[in-house]
Design a protein around this ligand. Structure first.
Ligand SMILES: [Zn+2]
Length: 476
């Protein structure tokens, strides 16, 4: 317990800091959290977090964090006042979110790259979440700050965020063996709510998906149905299998201008300490298959924590039936129509899973020869390149343009040489330091492409690069 007076002084200082940050330019967003720690110390976050009577919910995973957090904020805010932060992934941004907001429930995005550059166990102890939401886990940034980041350590770091929870709910994607395994191991301590797909007619519609090894015993998993990359219905001779679903997609009608999704739920609500059930049909924009998972994750977390359980079906319908594509975070993949008949799909795809999802989304539009503008990973990211190469091959472009996506031009050229063995390809050695020039050239390449179908994805700084390119392309 931190001294009460010190806690109030720290909150006061943070409030001043928040006003100063408003006047200053740029990155003042997390300044209040920073000031709070300076005055009260990191341990004070425990008391601050407990000012929320119900408690905080943390959203984590490799892909889908920001979108799931955004949707969950929309849903819970419909029913009650909440505190929140998203897009930033640090202890400072969570603290700032608690300080700036009001309400007894908090929703915070939290990303963890590894144990050294994230502090999941400390976050768990200090924030003391009543909910941890796992979206999906796949290999990404295989190096952090120049050091290799082995995948098992990455998974372990994600596990630590909920490992010591003794109350609340873990919410997990049941179709992803890695997130399911984390949640199955928590079932002995606390409640777990699983979400996933319960649809017979989707079976491995996406070719070339990866199969995972069993997280329990290491043998290759057997899949009876594949939905999206490594997500599906799986089992292993050791007994590990996809868990029963609490919230599930039971029907889907994929029309060209909207998708009708039927979702059923039967799960435990923490805030009211009782079981709830619901059944809704929602009509959403054709927002890509991966966003079905983000929708299910947000609905499961919402139904697990809303204080107004009588509202569940109405709130879900209100939010999703009025959804437009602006809920997609900056820099993420979108297909933009430029000129009268040219489609450019562009956005971040800096891990294999994300790049494949982008390719699938683009695939809905492709009706002729394709040009692939590929932005490469860095040194020590050969695994990412291997995953990317599979994605390029699956789209079989007529022409490939290779540009460095991160710092190393030499490494990008190595990757280019591998691509050029199989595809008609060209390399542009654009430098990281002159990001403005890199962005302008990428815009020009897409604009001047003689192809009607262009996909531009791979590695690159989310907002600085992708969002800039997108804005410039739309403006022209
Ligand atoms: Zn096994």
């Amino acid at each position: 317990m931190v001294n009460k007076i010190r806690l109030s002084i720290a909150k006061f200082a943070a409030k001043i800091a928040s006003q100063v940050a408003k006047l200053g330019s740029g990155s003042g967003g997390n300044f209040p959290g920073h000031v709070f720690f300076k005055v009260a110390g990191q341990e004070a976050l425990f008391d601050l977090s407990h000012e929320m009577k119900v408690g905080p919910i943390l959203v984590t995973g490799t892909n889908g964090k920001t979108t799931t957090t955004t949707l969950l904020i929309k849903l819970l805010s419909h029913d009650t006042e909440i505190r929140k932060s998203f897009e930033n992934n640090t202890i400072n941004s969570i603290t700032t979110g608690i300080l700036k907001g009001k309400g007894d429930i908090g929703v915070f995005e939290y990303g963890i790259r590894n144990k050294t550059y994230g502090i999941p166990d400390t976050i768990q102890r200090l924030v003391d979440p009543i909910g941890v939401v796992y979206t999906t886990i796949s290999r990404e940034h295989s190096q952090v700050a120049g050091i290799k980041n082995p995948f098992d350590e990455y998974v372990e770091a994600k596990t630590l965020l909920s490992k010591n929870m003794t109350k609340g709910i873990v919410i997990s994607n049941a179709d992803d063996p890695l997130t399911a395994n984390i949640a199955i191991n928590k079932q002995k301590d606390i409640k777990v709510n699983f979400y996933g797909l319960d649809i017979d007619d989707i079976d491995d519609i996406f070719e070339g998906s990866n199969s995972l090894n069993c997280p329990n015993c290491g043998k290759k998993l057997e899949y009876s149905q594949k939905f999206l990359n490594h997500r599906g219905i799986y089992g292993c001779s050791c007994g590990f299998k996809r868990p029963e679903l609490n919230v599930k997609l039971v029907d889907a009608d994929f029309k060209t201008d909207e998708w009708d999704l039927t979702i059923e739920g039967e799960l435990y609500n923490y805030t009211n300490n009782q079981d709830v059930s619901f059944n809704v049909v929602i009509s959403v924009p054709p927002f890509g298959f991966h966003n079905i998972y983000n929708t299910l994750a947000s609905i499961t977390a919402y139904a697990s924590f809303t204080p107004r359980i009588e509202n569940i079906e109405n709130t879900i319908r209100d939010i999703f039936n009025n959804l437009d594509m602006s809920f997609i975070p900056p820099g993420r993949f979108e297909v933009v129509k430029i000129d009268s008949n040219k489609y450019v799909g562009l956005g971040q795809g800096d891990n294999g899973d994300a790049a494949r999802i982008n390719a699938l989304f683009m695939d809905q539009y492709i009706d002729g020869p394709l040009e692939f503008i590929y932005t490469t990973p860095d040194v020590n990211e050969e695994e990412i390149f291997e995953d990317h190469l599979k994605v390029i091959k699956s789209l079989n472009p007529e022409h490939v343009i290779v540009v460095p996506g991160r710092k190393s031009i030499e490494k990008a050229e190595e990757y280019y040489n591998i691509i050029a063995e199989e595809f008609d390809a060209v390399f542009y050695p654009l430098s990281y330091e002159k990001m403005g020039e890199r962005i302008d050239k990428l815009v020009q390449l897409a604009q001047d492409s003689k192809y009607n179908y262009v996909i531009m994805t791979g590695c690159g700084e989310e907002q600085e690069m992708w969002e800039n390119i997108k804005q410039k392309l739309i403006k022209r």
